[in-house]
Design a protein around this ligand. Sequence first.
Ligand SMILES: N[C@@H](CCC(=O)N[C@@H](CS)C(=O)NCC(=O)O)C(=O)O
Length: 254
Amino acid sequence: MIDVHYWPTPNGWKVTILLEECELPYTIVPVDIGGGDQFTAEFLRLSPNNRMPAIIDHDPIGGGAPLALFESGAIMEYIADKTGKFLPTEGPDRYRVLQWVHWQMANLGPMMGNANHFKNYGKNIADDPKQLEYGTQRFVGEVDRLLGVLDAQLGVNEYVVGSNYSIADMIIWSWAFLAGRLLDDSVWESFPNVKRWVDQVHSRPAVLKGRKVGEELGTAERTPEQEEARRKILFNQTNDKVRAAREAAAKSAG
Ligand SMILES: N[C@@H](CCC(=O)N[C@@H](CS)C(=O)NCC(=O)O)C(=O)O
């Protein structure tokens, strides 16, 4: 059994989509990132970067003690290797798939996250809208550039790597399908190949199912004060919270 430490966000959906595709049993352990669960000493032992998703595989590849992993790209590669699905075990296509997995991890995910921050969340934080202008322009521009890269790839391939659906599709889709919501629905006119592929991947039952996991956690009703408190936890992080959690854990351990 695999425990998935999870909250319903794009980085979380990647893992539930893959587990659904592989028909592997798993247990969801909610990590309420707006409530600060990512700063508990217990979670930091699993995921020292205070980010979810993280997994614990109680029946790991090769046997032995349970294996804990963080970073969604590493988790996807591990589950694919464990099941022998959605990532070739050898040959050039293995590396082509991993190349696009890394592309997502280093490019599309961070740039869409930052574009969302400046364009949508920032207005609740910055007093002066001018403070947001350059950040919005920079990251929305990067998202536009990256969607162009993906559109060119999908103009000559059915899936991200050739004609086989792989973890590269799952990991990229989990962010790319939100491009209309983040920018504007007109974005799809500029990137028709991405749109064709977004719809194709979205029609897979496992994708629909994985994307819905824990939906109720993210849509709970909250007062404006509660929302404000959650924003304070998520934004403007420094090392202080992690250091405080580590010090408290060391103190209680004696
Ligand atoms: N590179 C990481 C990014 C994970 C990440 O940013 N997770 C966010 C939610 S989508 C999170 O846990 N945020 C908690 C926080 O900001 O404190 C991965 O792909 O696993």
